[in-house]
Design a protein around this ligand. Structure first.
Ligand SMILES: [Zn+2]
Length: 317
């Protein structure tokens, strides 16, 4: 039903999936840069189409809203929410005899700015298993959120500026929405702000936020991408990284921040195992994760295999 040719391809439909090099026809699970290219024709959700074109300019797309099947190249294709960022989708392909579910980047838990993941049954599961190691068990979401809100409030109380570091697409918008829901307005770095405008155009409200123009405003938190580094001219700042890697205590040194909060938009180890159980496939292929996760699935009785090259860290968001 599929083969690997510098990336995953649905053989019958000649459709590339999340391939980083230009393709005649490709499905894009979401608009993170490690999943997109200037394809001749791209299949994706309407929200991903908007974000993809924000990043790469006007492109030809076929929009596939969640849960609305289309017939394509002898296959029936349906997108399901992946819970990772706005528009993120899993792809279910069926040929009348068997079905394949490709998860893309996903998370099972709640998100403030993405539709919660749905997992249909499939015979073949291709699962993105970035956190496929038992070290990557995230604490309960409420714990991470309380930590974030406390750090931001303590920083205000100490007369400093909280600078929350979050990726420009996805985490930046979710952190903004989480803070504004707490009554904490947000100044966004221009890269985060540009993506937020697309979120809002897609109907995803983010609350009280403005573009950061180089000046701090008392009582406002700043949200900036990790690459923005130290912000000049705003006085004393406390930098807080929001990342799944924060489960590792060394993360705050590696990220050169004052604090690291373990909030992720990827499934953690337990969620990965739960996803496999819920899809209940005949065979599982694991991408982007450690080989040990394949072994773990085999021990649990699954017919599991690695797929493609493992490059865990470079693909993490
Ligand atoms: Zn992603």
């Amino acid at each position: 039903m599929f083969h690997w040719e510098n990336g995953l391809k649905l053989t019958k439909a000649d459709l590339a999936i999340d391939v980083r090099r230009r393709q005649p026809r490709a499905f894009i699970s979401h608009a993170h840069s490690d999943h997109i290219a200037r394809h001749e024709y791209a299949l994706c959700t309407p929200e991903t189409a908007a974000l993809y074109q924000h990043r790469l300019g006007k492109r030809r797309t076929l929009e596939m809203p969640y849960r609305q099947p289309i017939e394509w190249g002898g296959l029936r294709l349906t997108t399901f929410p992946a819970g990772h960022c706005l528009g993120s989708a899993m792809l279910l392909a069926t040929d009348g005899e068997q079905s394949l579910l490709y998860t893309g980047d996903f998370k099972l838990g709640e998100s403030a700015t993405a539709v919660r993941a749905e997992l249909p049954h499939a015979d073949i599961l291709v699962i993105e298993s970035t956190y496929g190691h038992p070290d990557y068990r995230l604490p309960p979401r409420k714990e991470a959120l309380d930590q974030l809100f406390s750090l931001v409030r303590e920083t205000f109380d100490a007369g400093a500026v909280p600078v929350v570091q979050a990726y420009a697409l996805g985490k930046g918008q979710e952190v903004t929405r989480l803070l504004t829901d707490q009554g904490i307005p947000v100044l966004q770095h221009r890269d985060v702000y540009a993506v937020s405008k697309v979120y809002e155009a897609c109907g995803m409200k983010l609350g009280n936020f403005k573009k950061f123009t180089g000046r701090a405003v008392p009582g406002w938190a700043i949200v900036a991408p990790p690459g923005a580094g130290y912000l000049e001219g705003i006085g004393r700042q406390v930098r807080i990284a929001v990342t799944g890697w924060a489960v590792d205590r060394r993360t705050k040194y590696r990220f050169r921040v004052d604090h690291a909060v373990p909030l992720s938009d990827h499934a953690d180890y337990d969620e990965l195992l739960e996803a496999v159980e819920r899809v209940s496939p005949r065979v599982v292929y694991c991408t982007h994760g450690p080989e040990s996760f394949v072994d773990r699935l085999r021990e649990a009785g699954h017919d599991a295999h690695p797929l493609g090259r493992a490059s865990q860290k470079s693909l993490l968001r």
